[in-house]
Design a binder for this molecule. Structure first.
Ligand code: ARG
Length: 592
């Protein structure tokens, strides 16, 4: 049990014994670390609720807390804040217990939920670019966090692969290469053999075609109409289009997989909108039959606005007037699939904040249509944009959108330059050095992102992100690698770690106290769905460690009990950093 929980478990009954709600006994980290380790502010609220004097109530509570093994001192500050200082030996025992636990004493949830993290979400036929970065990085971290807490967690990429862009690409290709068999409506697989196995296009072709055809559709209603028809026919199973779509799909996925892999982003499921294609029609029919959807100018809509809405929400479109399905339709059918086939309790949608209205409509409609049961939840885990130094969405110097692959190359180059500059990983085999540069580059990128609260926009500042000093990914990696090297040296010198004993140096105590906060920190990050809580804490752990290491000369310490205790503390610090970085999706090189 965490230290904070142990303290809360002492204070809650003390408040209860005073006749107020035990929840007032909640203990928190001290806001004034120079005064105390923890604090309990419940007396103020409790006194208000009970019409009593807060200081007097705090006094009474103190009289009921008796735990000399755990609490070194208690005092009341201001109107009734209780300051708590923990016994050194108890602090050491907490650290020692963490060091002996696989999970670092972070409890797994007692009732695991099935959590589906919907993230990444690229549209098919597009090369990944900087716009996909945050969904991938934040989603990966949220997924790892829930999984670590013991939930049955499934990451699904939910590709955009069944909407209008598909019809548009079909039309564009038809205009360029009308002779392809896919466009021959009379093509007979029985008589003429199967469609070719080789794709007629590469992902580069598709990426080039996509802006061309969207432009054409915008300018020419006739082209737009053909794209609509092609989309409808694809969705209704026209064989040649389906065969072509499969090629689009396969070339996209092959390329996108590589980019995600380079980023260390791993999906459990590569499902997409198309996965639920057979559910669309019955779902719409059911909604119409149940009277929760209605026809409107040939289209089918669901009204989702509520009387209390300040601004009326537009109805959700289930089908267009030509019968084709939309982004909302596939999102709804996907919820249905996740609930029915996967037992989803919680769906976390890591999606750009600008899609807030879309998701709100979908989530509401899902309840109205009876797709999402009352005991299941869905949430939009929104994020802001990556901006350039001009404060506008990040672009290349030429004003284009930066491809993810190029971005990864860019950060790797920056990392390599920093390694050279600082003489890090000098003289290593070139292959290892290159791998370190990639790991450091990706860490710079990810930490640069994850250290901001997800809803804020941030400025992409490669210089700052890739520095080995300050709140950066490379600094944290370097801290962890340094600890590995200390432990290696100790082990080479025949030194062994043993029980963590009571701290004798302030910096040592600070480090223990910091490490003891791991369980709450991880839970808080999960509750807020906010990886930046982990990023912030990882940085604090690293800086506390660095101060500790400056003051405690482990390898030359004459007192062997102290030395052995320090070694175990060092190793615990490494385990904590490793866990945190893993939850952020950041790898640690073995050495550098
Ligand atoms: N494909 C969408 C896009 O590119 C993102 C998908 C997000 N997930 C979802 N279930 N809507 O904007």
């Amino acid at each position: 049990m965490s230290l904070q929980q142990q303290l809360t478990d002492l204070f809650a009954p003390a408040f209860a014994a005073e006749g107020v709600d035990p929840s007032f006994g909640a203990v928190a980290v001290s806001q004034r670390p120079e005064l105390a380790d923890y604090q309990c502010n419940g007396a103020l609220g409790a006194a208000k609720a009970a019409g009593r004097n807060p200081r007097a109530l705090a006094e009474a509570v103190l009289g009921r807390v008796d735990a000399p093994d755990l609490i070194a001192s208690l005092d009341i500050a201001g109107p009734g804040f209780i300051n708590i200082t923990v016994v050194d030996a108890a602090l050491a025992a907490v650290a020692d217990s963490m060091a002996g636990s696989d999970r670092l004493d972070v409890d797994a949830v007692s009732e695991p939920s099935t959590v589906i993290v919907d993230y990444g979400g690229p549209n098919m036929s597009k090369a990944l670019h900087v716009g996909h970065l945050r969904a991938a990085i934040i989603g990966e971290s949220v997924k790892r966090l829930f999984r670590f807490l013991g939930h049955e967690t499934i990451g699904d990429i939910h590709m955009g692969d069944w909407g209008m862009p598909m019809g548009q690409l079909i039309v564009e290709l038809q205009d360029r290469r009308p002779e392809l068999v896919y466009f021959d409506a009379g093509y007979d697989v029985e008589a003429n053999g199967p469609y070719p196995t080789e794709s007629p296009v590469t992902l580069d072709d598709l990426s080039e075609m996509y802006p061309v055809i969207t432009q054409r559709c915008a300018e020419d209603p006739e082209v737009a109409e053909r794209a609509r028809v092609a989309t409808f026919e694809l969705q209704n199973g026209r064989a040649g289009y389906l065969a072509l779509w499969q090629h689009f799909h396969d070339v996209s996925v092959t390329e996108q997989r590589k980019d995600f892999e380079a980023l260390g982003v791993e999906f459990d499921l590569w499902y997409g909108e198309s996965t639920v294609r057979d559910r669309l029609e019955p779902m719409v029919q059911r909604a119409l039959a149940a009277g929760v959807a209605r026809e409107s100018d040939g289209a089918v809509v669901v009204d989702v606005t509520r009387p209390e809405d300040k601004k009326e929400l537009p109805p959700l479109l289930l089908t267009r007037s030509d019968g084709s399905y939309l982004y909302s339709t596939t999102d709804l059918a996907t919820i249905e699939m996740r609930v029915q086939d996967m037992g989803m309790d919680l769906g976390l949608y890591v999606v750009d904040a600008r899609q807030g209205l879309h998701l709100e409509q979908v989530f509401r409609a899902a309840r109205i249509m009876g797709i999402l049961p009352d005991d299941a939840g869905v949430e939009h885990i929104a994020f802001g944009t990556v901006n350039g130094k001009d404060g506008k969405p990040f672009k290349t110097r030429e004003g284009g959108v930066l491809r993810l692959a190029d971005l990864i190359a860019l950060v790797t180059d920056a990392a390599r330059a920093r390694l050279d500059e600082a003489n890090i990983a000098e003289g290593y085999p070139p292959q290892e050095r290159e791998e370190i540069a990639r790991q450091v580059g990706v860490a710079a990128l990810k930490f640069g992102d994850l250290s901001n609260h997800r809803t804020s926009n941030y400025i992409f500042d490669l210089e700052r992100f890739s520095a080995f000093e300050g709140k950066t990914g490379p600094y944290l990696q370097y801290s962890a690698v340094r600890i590995k090297s200390i432990l290696r040296k100790a082990s080479d010198g025949g030194l062994e770690a043993r029980d963590i004993v009571a701290p004798t140096v302030a910096q040592e105590r600070d480090l223990m106290l910091r490490l003891a906060r791991l369980p709450e920190t991880i839970n808080r990050a999960a509750d807020l769905r906010a990886p930046n809580v982990l990023a912030e804490y990882a940085y604090e752990v690293a800086t506390d460690f660095s101060r500790f290491y400056e003051h405690c000369h482990i390898l030359s310490e004459p007192d062997s009990v102290r030395q052995a205790s320090w070694l175990r503390l060092v190793s615990l610090t490494l385990d904590v950093l490793t866990r945190l970085l893993d939850l952020l999706g950041i790898e640690i090189p073995d050495r550098m």
